[in-house]
Ligand binder design. Structure first.
Ligand SMILES: Nc1ncnc2c1ncn2[C@@H]1O[C@H](COP(=O)(O)OP(=O)(O)O)[C@@H](O)[C@H]1O
Ligand SMILES: [Mg+2]
Length: 252
């Protein structure tokens, strides 16, 4: 039997009477790339916020490696290895690509900037940062200003800064959103590569990406789980075709 690394039980979030996430039971197997799909407003991003405790749940439990994490602070959860990716903010846009990864690494090490540290520990940090940049094929951009990176490359940098936190489970919210075909291909290969030895839970609208990348798919609609299974079974489900895929169904 495979291992469930991340699980929700009856997970519910109400926003002043409106139920955005409604009794969601989710099980993510260790080592899987698991997709969370569904129409806009289905509650996907809210589920991510509940998993990482950026929002408190109204009801229900989140279990990570068998431990209830519903009362832990977000940074504590990240340190346990459940890490979501974040978009590079305007502030970080002013720094170089390499500096962004270094800052993420320093966060992981639990230290802020220590200018008095011996130079060799900074070298060590630079080496680790360069290694992460190589992993996402950004080594040639290391000294570029982040804000000037092409869009697809910025998303790759977000993956590198997420990897700096040494995640066991990575949560990716729409990693290919707004990308052209070539960038989508590159990010798919990147996710495939960094998912080795890890678990990935991703929100993704591009069904081609989902079908080529994901072992298992959960479909959310109006806050509830509508269907779950592999791509073949989910895409053949009439409820899913009606509620989610709509016009896209003919291409499935
Ligand atoms: N902070 C909030 N306050 C009130 N309503 C919210 C809040 N966040 C999300 N919602 C609502 O919850 C529903 C689910 O949103 P969201 O999780 O962002 O959906 P998805 O990511 O699937 O598009 C939407 O109807 C949205 O308007
Ligand atoms: Mg969303």
């Amino acid at each position: 039997m495979s291992n469930v690394i991340l699980e929700t039980r009856g997970l519910t979030k109400e926003f002043s009477g409106f139920t955005a996430v409604d009794s969601v039971d989710l099980q993510v197997q260790e080592g899987h790339i698991h997709a969370l799909i569904g129409p806009n407003g289905a509650g996907k991003s809210t589920v991510f916020n509940l998993l990482t405790r950026f929002l408190p749940a109204t009801r229900g439990a989140v279990l990570y490696q068998g431990q209830a994490i519903g009362k832990l602070a977000p940074d504590r959860i990240a340190r346990l290895g459940l890490v979501r990716s974040f978009q590079i903010s305007a502030v970080f846009g002013q720094m170089s690509v390499l500096e962004n990864v270094r800052v993420a690494l320093q966060r992981e090490l639990g230290t802020s900037f220590h200018f008095w540290k011996p130079a060799n520990s900074l070298d060590h940090l630079n080496q680790r940062a360069m290694h992460l940049l190589e992993l996402v094929d950004l080594q040639d951009f290391a000294l570029h200003k982040t804000a000037e990176l092409p869009y697809g490359r910025k998303r790759a940098l977000e993956l590198a800064t997420t990897l700096a936190l040494e995640p066991k489970v990575m949560l990716l919210d729409e990693p290919t959103q707004g990308m052209g075909h070539e960038d989508v291909e590159r990010v798919v290969e990147l996710i495939r590569k960094v998912a080795v030895g890890r678990t990935v839970l991703m929100v993704e609208h591009n069904l081609r990406v989902v079908s080529s990348l994901c072992h298992r798919i959960t479909v959310l609609a109006r806050g509830s789980v509508l269907a779950e299974g592999d791509y073949a079974s989910v895409s053949a489900n009439p409820l899913v075709r009606e509620a989610y895929m709509g016009k896209e169904a003919e291409h499935v």
